[in-house]
Write a protein that binds this ligand. Structure first.
Ligand SMILES: NC(=O)c1ccc[n+]([C@@H]2O[C@H](COP(=O)([O-])OP(=O)(O)OC[C@H]3O[C@@H](n4cnc5c(N)ncnc54)[C@H](O)[C@@H]3O)[C@@H](O)[C@H]2O)c1
Length: 374
């Protein structure tokens, strides 16, 4: 698939000639959200719910009307006519389920992380491309009005040069059976950075520290760091053990600083016209310390944002990309860049926080994609 969707597209296909047909695989915690949005969408006919736990599938189907339920993906593909499947099963099953669906000629929306390894992700992307099918990762936050506005402000240069990013995603989370806290939560932050930062998510190396203070068998608290271009730095803190819930990202720029507080619906975004300036031409080295640094104390403003559910945009984007043969804003390539960083995180954890190289600089970044569609 060689074309890429413009993330600013506002599809005008509100009354499509034919609704596309889809089934949801996985009726646990997240699958019902996908099912609800698909059923409410003018683009989609929700044809079936599939779960190995048929009771769970039936319970979800009962909330949605008379929707058939099936017990396995194979049964689904054999008995239900669909254009696409939306997969909301645990991360370690994504590769197997996605490959099965792609080989059956179905477009796929798969939950984050795209896969449980970069090698698996590469196979999935290659399979989708070879068959001309859409493979889209549900990096849900990239479809929120707040993150869209952040992307707009950063790409327009309103913040100036990006000096630092600090992202915090902590709360009392479910300890996942198959992935650590980095692979569970950091895909959100990394996908957002891939979408928002001018060069996309493209670090040469990453260092990470994790901890499992309760002895659960996997890291429940994690910190990862990487360099931004021009010596800036990005830090992501993810944590399943925090009794307080924080969803905050600060993007500090040479002109302005952006603060996203996702738990404050009255003011999710704040733009601070404040910062530190450095006079780069001090009169003498001795004067540098006292004279060179100054503080700007300007206004703070809050951009107006629409309130709308991100998943409604996710399912709209999936339909748009299928109809127009475009790669999604959070397509396979973006999913792969996130996996590349996560794998480097895992390697860094294994070497006591030393920086680990990130594979895949050859992958096209969001920014490069945007360049091409403009
Ligand atoms: N986008 C988001 O914001 C977001 C939020 C939460 C979870 N997720 C993602 O959603 C996925 C599922 O997470 P969850 O918390 O809903 O998990 P869950 O364990 O609550 O539910 C998973 C369901 O999948 C079923 N299942 C497992 N393997 C299957 C298979 N091969 N075929 C059919 N059904 C199968 C299980 O029986 C279970 O009902 C994960 O990848 C997770 O990272 C995304």
């Amino acid at each position: 698939m060689k074309n890429f969707a413009n993330p600013f597209h506002t599809p005008t296909h509100r009354q499509p000639a034919r609704k596309l047909k889809i089934a949801v695989v996985g009726a646990g915690y997240w699958g019902p959200n996908l099912a609800r949005n698909l059923q409410a969408s003018p683009d989609w006919d929700l044809m079936a719910i599939c779960d190995l736990d048929i009771g769970r599938a039936s319970k979800l189907a009962a909330t949605l009307g008379e929707i058939p339920v099936v017990e396995s993906l194979d049964e689904l593909l054999d008995t239900v006519d669909v254009d696409a499947v939306a997969i909301a099963t645990p991360a370690h099953t994504h590769h197997g389920t996605v490959m099965t669906a792609l080989r059956a000629g179905k477009h796929v929306l798969v939950e984050k992380p795209l896969a449980d390894s970069r090698a698996h992700g590469l196979e999935m992307v290659a399979e989708a491309e070879a068959n001309g099918l859409v493979l889209m990762a549900d990096h849900t936050y990239c479809y929120t009005p707040a993150v869209l506005k952040m992307q707009e402000l950063v790409q327009a240069g309103s913040l100036g040069e990006i000096l630092f990013v600090d992202s915090v995603r902590i709360n009392l989370g479910l300890v996942q059976p198959d992935v650590d806290v980095f692979w569970d939560l950091a895909p959100h932050d990394l996908a957002i950075l891939d979408f928002v930062l001018p060069g996309g998510l493209n670090p040469a190396e990453v260092s990470a520290f994790g901890a499992d203070p309760l002895g659960t068998g996997r890291d429940c608290v994690g910190h990862l760091n990487f360099r931004l271009p021009n010596d800036g730095t990005a830090h992501v803190h993810v944590n399943w053990l925090s009794p307080t819930k924080i969803r905050q990202m600060v993007i500090g720029g040479s002109l302005r600083t952006l603060v996203w507080d996702d738990l404050n619906p009255q003011q999710r975004l704040s733009v601070y016209d404040r910062g530190v300036s450095l006079d780069r031409q001090p009169k003498s080295p001795g004067e540098r310390k006292t004279n060179a640094i100054s503080y700007r104390l300007g206004d703070t403003w809050s951009p107006a944002l629409q309130e709308r559910e991100a998943l409604s945009q996710v399912v709209e984007e999936l339909a748009f990309c299928i109809r127009h043969k475009r790669e999604a804003r959070t397509g396979g390539a973006s999913g792969l860049r996130v996996l590349s960083v996560l794998e480097a995180v895992t390697r860094s954890l294994g070497q006591d926080g030393q920086a680990a190289e990130v594979a895949g600089a050859e992958l096209e970044t969001s920014a490069a994609r945007l360049e091409r569609v403009r």
